[in-house]
Design a protein around this ligand. Structure first.
Ligand code: KG4
Ligand code: ZN
Length: 333
């Protein structure tokens, strides 16, 4: 089964074709970073309008790269939520229209299920059951995964997501958008031991997170410093250390609690080098997607959709998107 995947939930237009026998055939991405940079964050209406312009050319490019025509597709998968409603509706509309025109099924994919399954696209995929750490700009979740589609949330952020904390702290330190990767880069110039930020919520039982206090701690440190470039790098270093250490502690706890032998890490913050290094210290097998599939992409949506279509997912041909959509509402496949 050959499935076209379309991702338009935020500021990246991603398209891919996944073949259940041959694997990933082609994938293309257009990032809107330059479009939103001058506003310091994603402007939802601009995002929707740009998806409209990008999605069809990207579909044609991806088909050409896979040496396929539209008539050779067997199904379409699109991100149906969570995300920005206008942006989601672009992907949902084009997917439904194409499926209708081609008389093939379409399925709405949960964006976080897409992230969670992204490590399955690698040559050495994890086997089930596992614990998943999902760390993106909108979510920080620890999830127990006994089987695909059955997700038990072990812990989540009670305020900012990890990526959001990276982005907001970067902004406070005067870095450009999107701040996460820039803050991580700046942290490589920082000195260890100059600042130390408390690891939030590690002294409480459970696997929930709270990252908003770290952002305030970083701001206070910056305001009380002499505000040199080295101060900034030292604060970035301490902030990244605190986030990574907190994620490490909670992952260790989730693995102990569930007795699962495997941890899967996904979502944009999963691209963070420090986090990848540190989580490899866990007494578990740890799986990450390749860097380009940590952040938003069409491949993870094509893959997750292919699994659901293969399992017989059937949906009414109506254009639907859900800006909020709890992961636990999904059905096991
Ligand atoms: O998964 P993603 O592409 O989009 C969402 O679904 O939110 O994640 C984007 C988030 C942003 O907050 C971005 O700053 C963060 O992931 N991010 C990073 C790094 N690369 C991306 N954060 C820290 N270090 C990185 N290297
Ligand atoms: Zn995402």
């Amino acid at each position: 089964m050959r499935v076209l995947g379309i991702e338009t939930s935020c500021d990246e237009t991603g398209v891919a074709i996944y073949d259940t026998e041959r694997g990933l055939l082609a994938h293309r991405l257009f990032s809107q970073i330059a479009l939103h940079a001058e506003y310091g964050g994603v402007v939802p209406e601009l995002a929707s309008r740009d998806h409209i312009q990008r999605v069809l050319p990207l579909i044609h490019e991806t088909l050409a790269a896979a040496n396929l025509s539209l008539s050779e597709l067997d199904g379409i998968a699109y991100t149906a939520g969570p995300g920005l409603i206008g942006a989601l509706l672009v992907g949902a509309s084009i997917a439904r229209a194409l499926a209708w025109g081609l008389s093939i099924p379409a399925v709405g994919v949960h964006h976080m299920e897409g992230h969670l399954l992204a490590p399955m696209l690698e040559a050495n995929p994890p086997s089930l059951p596992f614990v998943a750490l999902l760390v993106s700009g909108g979510h920080t979740l620890l999830v127990d995964v006994p089987r695909i589609g059955q997700y038990e949330v072990l812990g989540e952020s009670i305020d900012d997501a990890a990526g959001e904390a990276f982005d907001k702290t970067a902004k406070l330190l005067g870095l450009a958008y999107p701040g996460g990767p820039l803050l991580a880069k700046l942290a490589t110039q920082g000195q260890a031991g100059v600042y130390h930020f408390k690891r939030p919520m590690v002294d409480r039982p459970g696997c929930d997170f709270s990252f908003s206090g770290l952002k305030t701690a970083a701001l206070t440190a910056w305001q009380q410093s002499t505000q040199t470039e080295q101060d900034k790098a030292n604060i970035a270093y301490a902030f990244e250390e605190a986030v990574v250490d907190t994620l490490f502690i909670k992952c260790r706890r989730a693995l102990e609690q569930t007795k699962r032998p495997t941890l899967v890490v996904a979502g944009g913050v999963g691209a963070n080098r420090k986090l990848r290094e540190r989580l490899n210290d866990l007494k578990a097998q740890v799986f990450f997607p390749r860097l380009e599939f940590c952040t938003d992409n069409g491949a993870m949506i094509a893959y997750a959709g292919a699994l659901r279509l293969q399992a017989g997912a059937a949906e009414l041909p109506i254009i639907q998107a859900r800006p909020r959509w709890p992961l636990v509402e999904l059905e096991a496949i």
